[in-house]
Design a protein around this ligand. Structure first.
Ligand code: P6P
Length: 340
């Protein structure tokens, strides 16, 4: 049977689900095309002369990889002219990027991490591009877009997804009607539908966390992981496996495909910072995908998609994946807050 391309799939979604306006379809096609260019550049490795770091830091204070900046430029160049965006925001840019006056403006806001996990690029581990799409506020059409126009909770996303640059190059997408996987056919240069119903198994015995931070977590987090490590004879009554690739896209993709729980919790070394990962372009898009696939995404105390952003680059504690496991962690956080 001939597989559908991304274009065919989106046109069918547009017909079937009125929720897919033409400008949103164009946005997704353009972001997908930019991810192809990013994949092509990454795959060149050392031969492309783009490995290694720049002597610059991004707004997060992280050393920028050459490919971080290049991928960010790919996404800006691909999207600026299309007339579908009102503005863009990126992990790699301090402030929002408004569409230049020489181009028409659209009704969407694109928030993205051009390359997540970029510290893995130089050692050839999977990395990815994460994106989230919001609608510009209705009153914004007659004025300049402001940063606060982006500060919408994750429930307001109209689309989200990621590209993962690994043994295969995949695009994982939701427009609110489930989670779909497209595989890049390099010979044809097209994204081909390879899985149209990603579902996260309700239960799992696989957890993902950076164990080297264990002594810095709060009590509920310690309790959950201790019980995972206690295995069959412990309170959970089953042995667990552990995976940590230090690339959110790779860990989340594994969980979307076979279940598990991903955790990047609060850490007492930075008590005023809720977590390492960013709300707008990591936790929210991944949380939308996780929920659309039947999983759960929480800060430990609240649904991630309900968090009201106060700053563009704000961080959040992230616990997401198989329902049974995430709900166990959330229950331990509730018990801890009720006992204080
Ligand atoms: P650590 C990559 O830098 C990232 O933002 C996520 O992709 C990943 O899950 C996490 O940080 C890894 O953090 O502290 O284990 O290196």
């Amino acid at each position: 049977m001939k597989r559908k391309t991304l274009t065919q799939f989106l046109i069918e979604q547009q017909r079937k689900e009125e929720a897919l306006p033409a400008q949103l379809r164009l946005l997704i096609e353009i972001v997908a095309r930019a991810c192809k260019a990013i994949s092509h550049t990454i795959n060149k490795g050392a031969l492309g002369g783009n490995l290694g770091s720049l002597d610059s830091e991004n707004v997060q204070g992280e050393v920028q990889k050459k490919l971080d900046v290049l991928a960010n430029e790919f996404l800006i160049d691909a999207n600026e002219w299309g007339g579908h965006l009102a503005a863009m925001a990126s992990e790699e840019m301090d402030t929002i990027h408004r569409i230049p006056n020489r181009y028409p403006k659209g009704e969407y806001l694109l928030v993205y991490d051009p390359i997540d996990g970029s510290s893995n690029i130089d050692v050839d581990l999977s990395v990815g591009t994460i994106f989230s799409v919001l609608e510009a506020p209705a009153d914004a059409s007659g004025r300049e877009i402001r940063e606060e126009d982006f500060l919408q909770p994750g429930t307001r996303q109209v689309a989200a997804g990621y590209a993962i640059y690994g043994p295969q190059t995949l695009l994982i997408l939701t427009v609110g009607t489930g989670v779909y996987e497209f595989t890049l056919d390099r010979e044809m240069g097209s994204w081909v539908l390879s899985d149209e119903r990603l579902r996260v198994p309700e239960t799992s015995a696989e957890f993902a966390i950076n164990m080297s931070n264990q002594r810095h977590w709060d009590a509920p987090m310690q309790r959950y992981v201790d019980e995972c490590l206690a295995g069959k004879t412990g309170p959970r009554g089953k042995d667990f496996n552990m995976r940590w690739t230090a690339s959110m896209v790779a860990d989340i993709h594994r969980i979307l495909k076979r279940g598990g729980i991903f955790m990047y919790p609060w850490d007492k070394r930075k008590p005023d910072v809720p977590g390492k990962l960013r709300l707008m372009y990591e936790a929210n898009p991944m949380g939308f995908l996780m929920e659309q696939a039947g999983g759960v995404a929480t800060t430990g105390y609240a649904r991630i998609l309900d968090v009201q952003p106060e700053k563009l680059h704000q961080r959040v504690s992230v616990i997401m994946g198989s329902r049974e496991e995430v709900e166990t962690v959330a229950a331990y956080h509730r018990e801890a807050s009720e006992s204080t």
